[in-house]
Design a protein around this ligand. Structure first.
Ligand SMILES: Nc1ncnc2c1ncn2[C@@H]1O[C@H](COP(=O)(O)OP(=O)(O)OP(=O)(O)O)[C@@H](O)[C@H]1O
Ligand SMILES: [Mg+2]
Length: 359
């Protein structure tokens, strides 16, 4: 007996993946043990049987049958599909099916069907998906209750602050220029303005929950965010030197919110730079199905002690600042299922990296 066919037979039989060869007319030429076990028929059941004899009359397996028909009709090499399959004993499986062809003199001699039982993997994915959905629903619920609380507090503060500011201004206007009480009233007005800024920042944070995504070019939002900076540039008597490298990438985002996020990041780059000339480098590129936006500045950098807190609400190292900028940016990016990281050290500038799903 020749050894080669025996080896081949052994390999064929011991393969953990189901293999079946069907002739172009639909008759099963051969099938290995794994395939017969997965499909729930004995090896003998396939002998001399047409494909249709075994499977077509079972309504539960229409999806599975359709894939085999597609493989035969579409004649695509390595066509990979996934389908539910119900065995004759009623067991429900999730199968991954790949089709390819055996050719002889350019003619199709047989259709090779590779069958993998991916039920466990599928179940694991389904559980993971449910857990993620539950987690995201919980996060949404928490975000909603924080939003309600923040809106409530902001509303309660706004009215008294307006009254304090308004009345202080009226008293101040009545005082003589050299009245010693003017300084106290001016201090009250300054602090009132600070409280108003906090209320405005909290109000704008709570609005971030309503996102309206659409397909836009990143370069478009980038230009808008850059344009929104000129007023602050003039106020601080600084000049930004832009270096922009932008691949033409389209993403599904809320253009208004995303522009706002980029604007906050550019403002930080501008505000946390001691020089009058501020260098901001922006690069937009794509890798492994993600859109990347990276912003590098030449500013003061962030100390190691401060770095863990920069995304916290109200964390600021400004003498007069609200500290909601990065907190809002983080919120916007995570609402877009993206990620944001900041790399920085004192004296060496800061680099912010944003990664977004671009499909
Ligand atoms: N590009 C940067 N360079 C240096 N430090 C930064 C930069 N970006 C953020 N930081 C640090 O992170 C802190 C928090 O930033 P964030 O934008 O949240 O608040 P803020 O700029 O201080 O105030 P606001 O944005 O509300 O006006 C800043 O106070 C600063 O210490
Ligand atoms: Mg800021």
């Amino acid at each position: 007996m020749k050894i080669k066919p025996i080896i081949l037979r052994n390999i064929w039989e011991s393969l953990p993946v189901g293999l079946m060869v069907i002739d172009p007319g639909g008759e099963v030429i051969t099938i290995n043990r794994a395939a017969s076990e997965i499909l729930g028929y004995s090896l003998e059941a396939f002998e001399g049987k047409g494909w249709g004899d075994l499977f077509f009359d079972d309504e539960k397996n229409t999806g599975f049958n359709q894939i085999i028909i597609d493989i035969i009709q579409e004649r695509k090499v390595n066509l990979k599909r996934s389908a539910t399959y119900v065995t004759p004993a009623g067991k429900i499986l999730q199968l991954s099916i790949t089709g390819s062809f055996l050719r002889e003199d350019g003619e199709i001699a047989g259709i090779v069907v590779l069958i993998n039982d991916v039920t466990e993997l599928h179940q694991a994915h389904a559980i993971e998906k449910t857990v993620l959905e539950e987690k995201s629903a919980l996060q949404h619920e928490r975000a909603e209750s924080i939003k309600n609380l923040a809106e409530g507090v902001a509303h309660q503060i706004r009215n008294p602050v307006t009254a304090i500011g308004g009345f202080s201004m009226r008293i101040l206007n009545k005082l003589d220029q050299d009245d010693p009480n003017r300084a106290y009233l001016e201090a009250i007005l300054k602090e009132t303005k600070r409280l108003e800024d906090v209320v405005t920042a909290v109000g704008s944070y709570t609005k971030l929950l309503q996102i309206e995504p659409k397909r836009v070019a990143i370069s478009e939002v980038l230009e808008k965010a850059k344009a929104g900076l000129s007023r602050r540039e003039a106020e601080l008597s600084k000049k930004i030197e832009w270096t922009v490298q932008s691949e033409p990438i389209e993403v599904i985002i809320d253009p208004g919110l995303f522009t706002h996020a980029l604007n906050e990041l550019f403002l930080n780059a501008l505000e946390f730079c001691k020089e009058d000339q501020v260098s901001i480098e922006v690069s937009v590129f794509e890798d492994a199905n993600r859109a990347n936006v990276e912003i590098k500045d030449s500013g003061t950098g962030i100390s190691e002690q401060d770095r863990p807190y920069i995304f916290d609400p109200f964390f600021t190292t400004k003498a007069v600042g609200v500290g909601m900028g990065l907190c809002k940016v983080k919120r916007i990016i995570s609402e877009h299922n993206g990620e944001i990281t900041v790399e920085s050290s004192l004296g060496k500038g800061t680099q912010v990296k944003i990664r977004l799903p671009n499909r």
